[in-house]
Design a protein around this ligand. Structure first.
Ligand code: UD1
Length: 432
């Protein structure tokens, strides 16, 4: 398994360009299964999860072309298989996003049930209940979810999620596009990725309204066609670089981002002593404020509030802020795996249930640490950049799942980071 070796202490300076959003590209790739036409997607980040998602589409029978590194042309005219096998689902939970489109267009789908994962149990019961509301028969057979539409087509329905779920909302939107009649989904997720998916679906000929609000209406249509779409910038990558600049006491210009998608993160960071200026529609300029970093509590909540995917990075920043801050995680249980690793680097963090109290500032020193999930890995890179001495991060395949060209990008702004390759594994960056 590859590792990262980071020599900390360099302030990050310069310009960094944000890639397309992984969490938007994943459902958009799945949505190509809804049409026999050709869908061209631009600004797709070159990260492992997207390579896996493309492989899934190919296994199902779709033709894929990559005319540019970040452009995929997908034609799902001939689908031969209607299932996402365990081998794929266990490496990437988002393969459950194949369920909605397969069920919606072909009336049948089989997806292996995702097992426990590092950040909690993460069930898909809400997705399945929603499919049932649309008239599907859902059963569990040898660890696989099997869903069928009795008359070959789902039927529109009104429903409400009891908990806001992002991929659940996306799955329902995709399933309902071909349903007979109208579907109204209440308490829907409002993330920008949902709006991006709706935009793509509408370009394909679907009738989706209200994406970005908590009520989404989908009027079923008979057939969809070709579409061309560019994926939105990755708001979590943007937030990660904002934190990286602040923690290293550097100064960065962050380009090709979408500031309106991370208002809550910008607001929290400003309160914590980070100066962030929006210089144009897609550019942010970030450095520490004169007064330095100060403790500031945060609670993770569904969009438009502070995202759970920024929790680990924000907590790392708080280790360098003056005072005590409480970081409360309300979305996922067991999402404090980075804390044990940050302790090894000198952080003072106490966990009580779903709250972590961070006392700062404590000097961070380099150590050998283990990445446990995607965003926890990002927080360890940030900690390593700020720490004195060398940090070796093991299991960086987690970060390769979602951060495009991380080594290249961090090095280009002055970070001392190197990939130590395991000769037996091919990394995403190896084939850059
Ligand atoms: C998505 C994101 C992930 C992000 C998360 C929350 C993708 C590919 N991933 O994950 O990066 O951290 O949103 O913003 O977009 N739940 C249930 N039953 C269900 C579904 C969800 O109980 O059927 C619960 C989950 O356990 C969790 C909460 O709902 O507590 C929110 O999870 P959800 O929004 O579904 O997360 P994902 O869509 O998996």
């Amino acid at each position: 398994m590859d590792k990262f070796l980071i020599k900390g202490g360099n302030a990050l300076h310069g310009k960094v360009t944000i890639s397309g959003a992984k969490n938007s590209a994943l459902p958009c790739l799945a949505a190509t299964l809804l049409t026999p036409g050709t869908v061209t997607l631009h600004n797709v980040p070159y990260v492992r999860d997207l390579i896996t998602q493309r492989r899934l589409l190919e296994d199902l029978g779709a033709e894929t072309l990559t005319p540019g590194k970040n452009t995929h042309k997908i034609t799902a005219s001939e689908i031969e298989l209607f299932e996402a096998p365990y081998e794929l689902v266990k490496t990437m939970r988002a393969s459950v996003l194949a369920l909605g489109p397969l069920l919606g267009r072909f009336g049948k789908a089989k997806v292996s049930l995702p097992g426990g994962c590092a950040i909690g149990t993460r069930p898909i019961d809400l997705h399945l209940r929603a499919f049932e509301e649309l008239g599907a028969k859902v059963s569990l057979e040898s660890g696989d979810v099997v869903a069928t539409a009795p008359k070959g087509r789902l039927v529109g329905a009104e429903m409400e999620f009891s908990t806001v779920t992002v991929t659940g909302t996306e799955n329902v939107m995709m399933a309902a596009v071909h349903a007979e009649g109208t579907t109204v989904l209440r308490n829907a997720a409002r993330e920008p990725e949902i709006e991006d998916l709706a935009e793509l679906l509408n370009k394909m000929g679907a009738k989706v309204e209200g994406a970005g609000t908590s009520t989404i209406t989908i009027e079923g249509v008979e057939g969809l066609g070709d579409a061309e779409h560019s994926i939105i910038p990755d708001r979590i990558e943007t937030g990660t670089f904002l934190v990286a600049a602040a923690i290293t006491d550097g100064e960065l210009t962050i380009e090709k981002c979408e500031p309106k998608h991370i208002k809550a993160v910008i607001e929290k960071l400003r309160e914590a002593g980070v100066s962030i200026d929006q210089t144009d529609d897609a550019t942010l300029h970030v450095k520490r404020s004169e007064g330095g970093l100060r403790a500031n509590d945060v609670t993770t909540e569904p969009h438009p509030r502070f995202p759970t995917d920024m929790q680990a990075q924000y907590m790392t920043l708080m280790t360098q802020a003056e005072g005590k801050s409480v970081v409360k995680e309300t979305i996922f249980e067991n999402r404090f795996m980075h804390v044990a690793e940050l302790h090894r680097m000198g952080a003072d963090i106490e966990i009580h249930g779903n709250e972590a109290t961070v006392t700062g500032p404590t000097p961070l020193t380099g150590a050998k640490v283990l990445a446990s999930d995607l965003r926890a890995s990002a927080s360890l890179v940030i900690a390593g950049l700020a720490a004195k001495g060398e940090t070796m991060i093991d299991r960086v395949y987690h970060i390769d799942r979602g951060y495009e060209h991380i080594v290249k990008k961090v090095s280009s702004i002055g970070g001392n980071i190197k990939r130590i390759k395991n000769e037996l594994t091919m990394s995403a960056e190896e084939s850059e």
